[in-house]
Structures are given as structure tokens and as C-alpha cells.
Design a protein around this ligand. Structure first.
Ligand code: ADP
Length: 452
């Protein structure tokens, strides 16, 4: 089976968030299952041709995904030529124009390539116009591209409904199948609270919508071989390992003590999704409780200012680092005791899975993928209401467990480190979705031929 996997970013080549992690780690897992998978991403100007050994063929850049054998195509260099460094999406009209250009390049690529995908697997709103084109393409058009049976099945994965929703709407209406990145999010997006105005469209396509939980790449996220952290460790020596990493982190942050409950936050500072104002509103109480807080993230001026201001009042126990910094993210996963995730919605969330692998307990709002991956009181802490008080109460619960001399905290850390969020199972679910999409598009095609 030949699959073209198309995304706005793919780690390690280019990444600003979880989509990059997924596009960097799901395709290699699919390749191990025998899928002939290739990845296409935009050719951003900040992708270094030498580092990634890019060769050019008729205007298309060609490389591999990190140290894997998965081929990567870099498309539409001209469209992105003046966009500068690849940043998180903020919702401008300009972004829509860039990705419309990217979609035109995808169509052109499939049309002109000798390698014809059976399945087009697109991610998020960025691929909408391409999906729309495939849906409307006539049998003659697809035949002229080289499709013998005029078949190009499609799947769109929803990582986040909240960006360029009107464009994403087209993708939802055009793809053969749709999936969200966790079973809970797949259910939530059928409701007013989470559908971002697309309730009618999503409910119309309910039978074609499923949820597949994301995995993480343990080749990259592993405290045993993580070169970004000062002391490597595993389940057998987590206590010593985390203590050393915490000491290093606390020293780096300039905090006064290293025996406090150290809370980390890593993520895009999007107030609509990530609960950053809930966090800002809680910090005073967290610090008074005796916690230390380190925040790593950027992306929204209002949130940045709110966090910066409250941390400046408590420099000995709160620090907001307003930037994207891969090494520091790893140091926080390794050195913090708990990772706070006060998101209003979370389609899947990778940070809780990463944190667990590093023995850092997630304290999270029970929503979306967070409630599909965290077991309250067993490998983390979940709380129900989306507000600062509920969040502070959850941290208080954690604080009592952490300072208690009993074994509950340690047992939870060990259980978190043992949890398996590798891609193996989910990659198999994607293969089944590809087969279903092919089946569906064949049936649709033979039905439409019957109508002729
Ligand atoms: P989302 O996809 O909504 O951005 P996820 O939890 O799925 O959130 O994934 C976030 C990914 O981006 C993780 O790999 C996390 O470590 C990384 N990340 C987010 N913000 C930063 C930052 N400021 N510095 C370094 N890594 C970051």
C-alpha cells in the first residue's frame, strides 16, 4: 500500500508542536509495518539544505526523515520563500494563502510523480484544498494522472479544530475518512463545547469519524539516552537520576531550594487551548503553597506578559522562559517533579506521555487525550473543572502526596515510567483506516460509475 503523508511540519526537520512529533514518528512506524509511506511538508526557508542533505529534483526537495529510510518531499519553496522562520500558526489570512499554495504543489506533485499514492493521509486544515480537489476530480482527470482504477483514497487527521476552522471544514467534508488524535477528542468534537462551530459538519460525518491515540518516539524521548540532560536514568535508578537533574535545573533557574515540589509547564502559550491564564491566575497560590514553577513556552503576548509579571514577583521560585528551546524542554521533563497541563481542550497531548516516561507526574485537566492516557492516582493526577481553583486543588493533592513520607508518590512515578505509549498499536489502527478508506473510495467510485 502506498501512502502519502502530508503535514505542515515533521520532526526532526522542522517542528513547533505536537504535529511535528507525530509526522516525525508515525511514518517510520508505518514503514515498519510494510506500508510504502512517504512524507510531504512545505519547503520552509529555514530548513537547512546541508544539515538535512537535501537534493533537488524538478523543484522538489528530497531527503529522509531524520535517520530513518522514510522519504520526505519538500514542496512549494517559492510560496514560503519570504515567510521567515517557521513559527506556530496564529490564524492570519496570509497563512491560508501559503497553505493554499502548498496544496496546489501537492496536487502537482501527485500528478507528475511516477510514484502514485493509493491513500492520501493529510493532517489538519493545511491540506484542505488538496482534499477538496481529490474529491471533485473526475475519473478522467485521475486517469490522466496515471490512476488505472481512478482511485485515490483519503484520510484527514484532526490534531486541532481551532485553527483556520473554515478551511478545515472543507477537509472534513471532502475526505473519505476522518480521525481525531484520541478517542475522547473524537467524541468531544461532536458537542457544542468543543466543535468550534463545526458541529453540523462533524455530526453529518459521524460514521466516518474515529479516534486514534498518538504515540511517542521512545528512540528520542528516553531519559536513559537523552543527551540534552545532565544525568541519564531509567526506572531502576529514577530517584537518584531525577534528583541530579532537579539539582541541575534548579541551579540553572536560580531558585533558592531544591527540596520543593517543582512544577513544570511546556507548551505553546495559546490562551484559547492551553489554560495559560488559568495557570497565571494560580501561580501566586502555588508559590504560597511551597511549590516552585518553571514555564517554557511562547506564542501569545498577553499570556507571556501575565506569566512574566507574576513570576517576577517571586524570582526565587518562579521562572517564565518565553521561547522555544528543545534542550530546556528535556531538562524540565527530567528535572521537574510534576508537569502541569491546565488545557481547556487537548486533542491528544504528547507532553503528558513524555513527562511520564521521565518519571514526572502529569497534573492535568480531565479532557481529550489527557483523560485517555492518565490514570488518576495511579500515574498522574486528573481534575474536572476548567478553572484556577480546581487546578490549585489538584496541585494541593499532589503536594500532599509528594511531601507525605508514604510510598504513593514513588509508586506513581514507577507506574508512569512503565506506561507504554509507543506507536506500535496506533500505527496498526492507521493501517486499518487506510484499508477502510480504500474500500470506501472504491465503493464510491463504482457507485458513481453505475450512475453514468
Ligand atoms: P501541541 O501539539 O498542542 O503543541 P503537544 O503536547 O501535542 O501540544 O506537543 C507539544 C510538543 O512541542 C512537545 O514535543 C513539546 O516538548 C514541544 N514544545 C512545545 N513548546 C515548546 C517549547 N517552548 N520549547 C521546546 N519544546 C516545546
Amino acid at each position: 500500500m502506498k501512502v502519502l503523508f502530508v503535514a505542515a511540519e515533521a520532526a526532526p526537520i522542522v517542528k513547533v508542536g505536537g504535529l511535528g512529533d507525530v509526522a516525525g514518528s508515525l511514518p517510520p512506524s508505518l514503514m515498519r509495518l510494510g506500508v510504502d509511506i512517504r512524507v510531504a511538508i512545505p519547503w520552509y526557508p529555514d530548513i537547512d539544505a546541508v544539515t538535512w542533505k537535501i537534493s533537488e529534483n524538478k523543484g522538489v526537495g528530497e531527503t529522509r526523515l531524520g535517520d530513518t529510510d522514510v522519504p520526505v518531499y519538500l514542496l512549494s519553496r517559492d510560496v514560503f520563500a519570504n515567510t521567515g522562520k517557521h513559527e506556530a500558526i496564529v490564524g492570519t489570512d496570509e497563512e491560508e494563502k501559503w497553505f493554499a499554495g502548498f496544496c496546489a504543489a501537492i496536487i502537482e506533485f501527485i500528478r507528475g510523480s511516477d510514484w502514485k499514492p493509493d491513500v492520501f493521509h493529510g493532517n489538519d486544515w493545511h491540506v484542505a484544498q488538496a482534499l477538496e480537489h481529490f474529491e471533485k476530480a473526475t475519473t478522467e482527470e485521475l486517469r490522466s494522472w496515471g490512476y488505472a482504477s481512478a482511485n485515490l483514497a483519503s484520510l484527514v487527521t484532526i490534531h486541532n479544530l481551532s485553527y483556520h476552522t473554515e478551511v478545515l471544514r472543507k477537509a472534513i467534508l471532502s475526505a473519505d475518512l476522518i480521525n481525531a488524535v484520541s478517542p475522547s477528542y473524537a467524541r468531544e468534537i461532536l458537542t457544542e463545547e468543543f466543535c468550534e462551530g463545526l458541529c453540523a459538519e462533524l455530526n453529518e460525518r459521524k460514521v466516518d469519524l474515529s479516534g486514534v491515540i498518538n504515540g511517542i518516539d521512545y528512540g528520542f524521548w528516553d531519559p536513559k539516552k537523552d543527551a540534552f540532560i545532565s544525568s541519564q536514568y531509567g526506572g531502576e535508578n529514577w530517584m537518584e537520576g531525577k534528583k541530579r537533574n532537579k539539582e541541575a535545573l534548579v541551579a540553572k533557574l536560580g531558585f533558592s531550594a531544591n527540596d520543593r515540589l517543582l512544577l513544570g509547564f511546556v507548551g505553546r502559550l495559546d490562551p484559547h487551548q492551553k489554560g495559560v491564564l488559568v495557570l497565571a491566575g494560580a501561580i501566586e497560590r502555588l508559590v504560597n503553597m511551597g511549590c516552585q514553577v518553571v514555564i517554557l513556552g511562547s506564542g501569545n503576548a498577553r499570556a507571556e506578559k501575565a506569566l512574566q509579571q507574576v513570576c517576577e514577583r517571586h524570582p526565587e521560585s518562579c521562572k517564565a522562559l518565553l521561547k522555544y528551546d528543545e534542550a530546556l524542554a528535556h531538562q524540565i521533563y527530567a528535572g521537574a517533579d510534576a508537569l502541569v497541563i491546565p488545557s481547556r481542550f487537548e486533542p491528544c497531548g504528547l507532553i503528558q506521555m513524555i513527562a511520564m516516561k521521565y518519571g514526572t507526574l502529569p497534573i492535568a485537566h480531565a479532557v481529550g487525550g489527557l483523560k485517555d492516557t492518565i490514570q488518576d492516582g495511579k500515574n498522574g493526577i486528573l481534575y474536572e473543572n476548567y478553572d484556577s481553583s480546581a487546578f490549585v486543588q489538584a496541585v494541593e493533592r499532589a503536594y500532599r502526596m509528594f511531601t507525605d513520607q508514604g510510598s504513593q508518590w514513588g509508586n506513581m512515578v514507577q507506574s508512569a515510567m512503565k506506561a507504554d505509549f509507543s506507536w506500535d498499536r496506533s500505527a496498526q489502527e492507521y493501517v486499518k483506516l487506510y484499508e477502510r478508506a480504500l474500500e470506501k473510495s472504491k465503493n464510491t467510485h463504482s457507485m458513481s460509475l453505475r450512475h453514468i
